[in-house]
Design a binder for this molecule. Structure first.
Ligand SMILES: [Mg+2]
Length: 325
């Protein structure tokens, strides 16, 4: 399958929707949408929404959605930046533009129709990727990885360099004792850039889990985002919606663990950690003291000017955090 066909198939399998925008569509738009109505093998979930639906948040995209733009819609894509969570794909004959995660260059109607057929054939024989379990909702302690759970070593590929941060074990254990889920949400652009390999990343990850386990401690769910911008590496361009400050990783954890966001906590040492958590509905936001604290705090103060409802706390030591009431 072509990469865009895989993107469509993954979207459907992850429970996402194919989203089209109403305004400034090409003249033959009805022909682009026709295959969905005539689908006989399986139904691809598709909706068409207006810019206003999105801006007013009457309709909200999910991280697993795939949003299509035509070249004629280029003018307003950037205005939707802050409200779109899903991946954005441009059907165009030109080059990629800002705000777009994936360009399907030289997309033609005939290619589109045959691609949808290929996706349908694939899905007809595919198994669901995961099924949501219906369990009781519980709050979650979301943690950034580098300089929160483990000491930051840029692009670390060496398990021997993994060192737990002071107080991390106590905080995680306290969260579990208080009935919280604990989830790790970490941007790992080193994967997307090819600076570290998947096997190296896994080695470092397992070492972190082993160090925690040695002290009777565990993390319930770990999500990482390898996405990077402006790099010609296909792997690096996948799952843009996961990378903080977008809320994708939080939504994935929420879908899987049924987290109650309004009672959940985020601890991160970057402004983007807290902004992503806020977008996902996490109420209690804590900026942890690290080397870059002054810069990150300044970024958040600036962010607050346009987002007065955004509130955060400063956390000097992990052991200072009080969960629950
Ligand atoms: Mg960090």
């Amino acid at each position: 399958m072509q990469i865009w066909e895989q993107l469509i198939a993954d979207t459907v399998q992850l429970g996402g929707t194919l989203v089209f925008i109403k305004e400034q569509v090409p003249a033959d738009m009805s022909q682009w949408l026709a295959p969905f109505k005539n689908s006989s093998n399986c139904d691809l979930p598709v909706v068409t929404r207006s810019v206003q639906d999105l801006l007013s948040r009457k309709f909200q995209t999910k991280s697993q959605d795939l949003i299509f733009f035509f070249e004629s819609q280029k003018t307003f894509i950037s205005s939707l930046n802050s409200v779109l969570q899903g991946q954005r794909i441009l059907l165009a004959d030109g080059s990629a533009i800002q705000g777009i995660d994936f360009a399907w260059k030289e997309a033609s109607l005939s290619q589109w129709i045959s691609s949808l057929k290929a996706v349908e054939a694939y899905l007809a024989s595919a198994k669901p990727l995961h099924e949501n379990l219906s369990t009781q909702e519980a709050p979650c302690l979301f943690l950034d990885r580098d300089d929160v759970v483990v000491r930051n070593v840029p692009y670390n590929n060496d398990p021997a360099k993994v060192e737990l941060m002071p107080g991390a074990v106590e905080l995680i254990n306290q969260a579990h004792a208080d009935g919280f889920w604990v989830a790790l949400v970490t941007n790992q652009s080193g994967l997307g850039r090819g600076r570290i390999s998947w096997l190296e990343y896994k080695g470092v990850h397992q070492q972190m889990l082993q160090l925690l386990a040695a002290q009777g401690c565990w993390i319930d769910e770990c999500v990482w985002a390898s996405f990077i911008e402006n790099e010609a590496v296909i792997e690096g361009r996948l799952f843009a919606s996961l990378r903080k400050p977008r809320a994708g990783m939080f939504q994935l954890v929420h879908d899987k663990l049924r987290t109650r966001m309004a009672d959940s906590f985020m601890v991160g040492d970057s402004a983007t950690d807290l902004i992503a958590a806020h977008s996902a509905g996490v109420k209690h936001l804590h900026l942890f003291n690290s080397e870059k604290f002054a810069k990150e705090e300044a970024t958040l103060r600036e962010y607050q000017k346009n987002h007065p409802q955004f509130q955060f706390h400063v956390l000097k030591n992990l052991s200072d955090l009080k969960l629950g009431n």
